[in-house]
Design a protein around this ligand. Sequence first.
Ligand code: NDP
Ligand code: 13P
Length: 335
Amino acid sequence: MKQPSLHKIAVIGGGSWATALVKILSEQTGNQVRWWLRSQADIDHIRAYHHNPRYLSDVFHSPKKVKVCGKIKDAIRDANYIVLAVPAAYIEEPLQKLKPADFSGKRIVSAIKGMIPEVNLLVTDWMEERFEVPLGDICVIAGPCHAEEVALEKQSYLTIASTNPECAADFAKIITCRYVTAHPLADLYGVEYAAVMKNIVALACGITYGLGYGDNFQAVMVSNAMQEIRRFVTALDPREREMSASAYLGDLLVTAYSQFSRNRLFGNMIGRGYSVKAAQVEMKMVAEGYFATKSIHAINQQLGVSMPITDAVYRILYEGIAPGLVMNELKAQLR
Ligand SMILES: NC(=O)C1=CN([C@@H]2O[C@H](COP(=O)(O)OP(=O)(O)OC[C@H]3O[C@@H](n4cnc5c(N)ncnc54)[C@H](OP(=O)(O)O)[C@@H]3O)[C@@H](O)[C@H]2O)C=CC1
Ligand SMILES: O=C(CO)COP(=O)(O)O
């Protein structure tokens, strides 16, 4: 009888998405998962009770398939794929003691929809620069998929994007399971930038809802946002891409409309009058769009693309201008 091929996968991160990915990846018979989390209390809890105590705590993690690690080197040593699922602003910390040799011969999968602050780099570019991982050994997980729906085993679709078609196709097979279908795509940068930028749009949608705007306005905002994303991505990496595909439009829609979106919720609190600090403290989860707004705004200082929605969110979050005033001005720029 043909044995299923064995894939050793390290998942780095302890939040909602890492927890959901551990669940998905441990579904296939041939996959073995090593899971690194930063909190020793969470590690002890998962070892004892097989559930993450703070994120998706209803999800059971089989100890036969999932080994929890407190040391990142133990998690990655034998792995052929390393999945990064820590918000971009915090990914440097767990990896800081690692060297390029620790990643040699391994493939990196970024599940992160954010940018490294200050240097304003995509996670894939940062991994190539900092750890000398060849771009052909890197892919990203994208597509409309909330961790909370994975926990409920609701049918979901993912896109695995890479410059290397073999890498994307291989990982798409590894991550496909009963309730997740994954497809490969060659557009690494387009997919990764669109995944970062849809968080800014979801934040803008949340802000307008918090201010009392309705579905009519949001539909116009999302349509304009799709054009804004296309303009930005085309300026950076011009090529034919089908922007209505689920990796681009689908992810924008789910994040802009879903009850589970962290970015939308964060924006909603800002629209209702919370300060950035108060919204961050209250939410207990991370809205990548907050950091992405600053990075994309900075990159666009060089590009000069027309980005009224990103500019509006930037003015609210980083210049402290009243959301009502900014959105009132944005109204005139939407079509
Ligand atoms: N949630 C989802 O449905 C999806 C998320 N993603 C992406 O996955 C990535 C991870 O997000 P997600 O799992 O949702 O995050 P969550 O909001 O669920 O959890 C926050 C995570 O950030 C960590 N964290 C918070 N503050 C700090 C800090 N100061 N230093 C270090 N770590 C910190 C937390 O660690 P601790 O708990 O130990 O404090 C926790 O692991 C993001 O890029 C997101 O865009 C992509 C697709 C879907
Ligand atoms: O990317 C996501 C769903 O595809 C998650 O978005 P939020 O971080 O806004 O929850």
